[in-house]
Design a binder for this molecule. Structure first.
Ligand code: MLT
Length: 266
């Protein structure tokens, strides 16, 4: 991977392909390999910038590790990465789940850097008080006892039941990806997600072309909720991927890639 030295330390990323830029922002508690099925096909016509978010994969948190790394902190890292790459024109940003929270923060704070939005398996609302409390408790457990509990708790919720039952290689790949995450990175992201604002009132102000994409069996960002996100964003497109849970880029890459290519081609 490449490494950019940013104001909060090194950030690792892939930079592959030639064409309009597509920034791919992974979810929690994942890393850039979430996008393994996009790299070759999409980089034929796009320049893919694919970071490990700070605290995940090969991108360390600052020392000493902060208790929380907010969605806007991640977004600032991404803006600095674009600066490092001398990309000043507005780019297409595709964020999955926590990556979608970060993408919305990027659009809100640095709208001039965003030319298109791809909001993938994500949510606009803030956490309820109960979810916030749970995330704080999970962060404490992770720091005290490791990330095993989070990994095993979230794994069955990420995939379509048939993917879980019939694709052991994919399940093992995902488990390994999550287990590479650091305790401090997972805890900081949990607290960062808990602190994120409600973006629902902002959706109507989005003026860039937007694709809203969900899996038909997504247990985390449910299709009805994502359809209402699409309805709130003027002129947005809504795509539902069959036979996918929360991770259609891995579970149904052909359908996901086709939706992205079609959206970016229009
Ligand atoms: C993710 O996939 O990034 C997380 O499940 C999002 C969340 O926990 O809200």
């Amino acid at each position: 991977m490449n490494q950019a030295l940013l104001s909060h330390g090194p950030l690792s990323y892939l930079d592959q392909g030639v064409g309009p830029v597509l920034l791919l922002v992974h979810g929690f508690p994942l890393d850039h390999t979430l996008w393994r099925e996009q790299m070759e096909p999409l980089s034929r016509s796009l320049r893919l910038i694919v970071p490990d978010l700070r605290g995940f994969g090969h991108s360390p948190l600052p020392t000493p590790p902060p208790e929380q790394w907010a969605m806007a902190d991640h977004a600032r890292d991404l803006v600095e990465l674009l600066d490092h790459l001398k990309i000043q024109e507005p780019v297409a940003v595709c964020g999955l789940s926590m990556g979608g929270y970060i993408t919305l923060a990027l659009w809100k704070h640095w709208p001039q850097r965003v030319g298109r939005l791809l909001l993938v398996h994500t949510r606009a609302i803030a956490d309820s008080e109960e979810v916030r409390r749970t995330r704080q408790q999970q962060a404490a457990v992770v720091l005290a006892s490791g990330i095993g509990m989070i990994v095993e708790g979230i794994l069955p919720r990420l995939l379509h039941p048939e993917t879980l039952a019939q694709r052991p290689e994919l399940v093992a790949f995902l488990r390994q990806m999550m287990n590479r995450s650091s305790q401090a990175g997972v805890a900081a992201a949990l607290r960062g997600m808990a602190a994120r604002p409600d973006m629902t009132p902002e959706l109507r102000n989005i003026r860039v072309p937007t694709l809203v994409l969900v899996g038909e069996a997504d247990a985390i960002s449910r299709p009805d909720e994502m359809r209402s996100i699409a309805q709130a964003i003027p002129g947005s497109q809504f795509v539902q991927i069959a036979d996918a849970g929360h991770l259609s880029p891995l579970e149904q890459p052909a359908a996901f890639n086709a939706a992205v290519v079609e959206f970016l081609g229009n």
